[in-house]
Design a protein. Structure first.
Length: 420
């Protein structure tokens, strides 16, 4: 279960947040937008007025489900394997060719443990040759000076590691493998020796909520470029951890703390799988009388909470496509049709892009275009991925609902007049 990844997830946690300006590997485990979620040109217009360009900016790619960890929260419930019917080397090349033909996303090579594939360096080098930004989410045990050099030689620009406790005892208990913490510390020593950038991802549950400041201090001391805590999404083995989900109130307090710390630490520090952070971010800035714009806040102003199906996708070890690694709803199969066709035509992807059609508060919240709620968490608790985010405490004003309803009425009227 490689690190946690904004990206795909074979095992470990979830997508790491890679800033479009500085790179970011997803972490193992889960698909989606993690960390920094660039909205980029998803708001760009072309063709007829109002048409949006939806372009993948992060793809979490579960190259194998085989893993040498047994993480308690793994969305894929990954084991050592081997797993049958995984994509062949040629199929991996074909997928990369198709992706590069219409977009230029960050490719998060995750698992399981991606380094368990014999052809991993060839795949990374192939993507690099195509001009794609290749990043990786390894577990730690296999990261030696020799393999770090192979990462560099194949063009991998950043790796992510998971640290889920402030010390070996708490981390190893969570990862359910003795020595997991020590392996990550050794792996970090090795990437530091050879000068390869790395980031750290942390899965937040009740077991480590109080230790977040200590974990952040540790991450900074290790020399990481970024720290991306992510809020547990209870899928896979993680479904057994619903009682470890922090309360909505603690969720809100934690996200507010992330906001307060963002300008106090020397590294990038943002949560993942916590889309309403971007609502809190804007609320807090508004209280200070500050307008959030690209000119004043850079990527922070262009980032979005849930990017699944909008600028982020997850591809499994057998070629199945999902909006993220945590929402186990198949949106297509790259063995049956090219990824770009799935990206443009998947009915689920189209639903993800229709924020006004989300159910409950998420459908009319004035922050829906920058938050969107976690679709996977909504599904985990309601079995409906269009339902409202169950861990958000914010109640939008009635005026927001009226504005949404009026907008939908106008669009319906325009569609009707056009068809006539």
């Amino acid at each position: 279960m490689g690190g946690n990844t904004p990206g795909g997830n074979g095992g470990g946690g979830h997508p790491a947040g890679i800033p479009m300006t500085g790179g970011h590997p997803g972490g193992a485990g889960h698909g989606h937008g993690a960390g920094i979620h660039p909205q980029d040109d998803t708001e760009a217009k072309h063709g007829k007025p109002g048409a949006k360009v939806w372009s993948p900016r992060l793809i979490a790619w579960e190259l194998t489900r085989s893993c040498n960890l047994d993480c308690i929260h793994c969305r894929a419930a990954a084991r050592f394997g081997p797993y049958p019917n995984e994509l062949t080397t040629q199929e991996c090349y074909d997928f990369l060719d198709n992706v590069a033909s219409f977009s230029n996303p960050i490719m998060i090579m995750t698992g399981g443990e991606p380094m368990l594939r014999d052809d991993i360096w060839d795949i990374a080098a192939y993507g690099t040759k195509l001009g794609l930004r290749m990043v990786m989410a390894p577990c730690g045990f296999l990261v030696t000076e020799e393999t770090v050099q192979k990462m560099i030689d194949s063009g991998i620009q950043r790796v992510s590691f998971s640290i889920d406790g402030k010390d070996a005892e708490s981390h190893d208990n969570f990862r359910r493998v003795k020595g997991a913490f020590a392996s990550v510390m050794t792996a970090i020593e090795n990437v530091n020796k050879l000068g390869l950038d790395f980031q750290v991802n942390t899965t937040i549950t009740k077991h480590n909520l109080a230790d977040l400041p200590a974990i952040l201090d540790l991450v900074i001391s290790l020399g990481a470029k970024a720290h991306h805590p992510f809020l547990l999404v209870p899928t896979g083995r993680g479904a057994e951890l619903k009682d470890q989900e922090i309360s909505p109130e603690d969720y809100e307090k934690s996200l507010t703390w992330f906001y307060e710390m963002r300008d106090k630490v020397p590294i990038q520090f943002k949560p993942t799988c916590a889309p309403h952070y971007y609502r809190i971010f804007r609320q807090q800035e508004k209280e200070k009388g500050i307008k959030v714009t690209p000119e004043t806040h850079g990527m922070d102003a262009m980032s979005k909470g849930c990017m699944g199906g909008q600028s982020f996708a997850f591809v499994s070890n057998t070629g199945k496509v999902q909006i993220c690694g945590f929402l186990d709803t198949e949106c297509g199969d790259i063995r049956k049709e090219p990824f770009n066709h799935i990206w443009d035509n998947s009915s689920v992807f189209k639903e993800m892009r229709a924020w006004d059609d989300y159910e409950g508060r998420c459908g009319y919240c004035e922050y829906r275009s920058v938050c969107g709620g976690c679709r996977a968490r909504a599904f985990a608790f309601t079995e409906d991925y269009m339902e409202e985010e169950p861990f958000c405490t914010y109640q939008p004003p009635e005026s927001a609902k009226n504005a949404r309803d009026a907008k939908k009425a106008r669009e319906a009227a325009e569609a009707s007049s056009t068809s006539e």
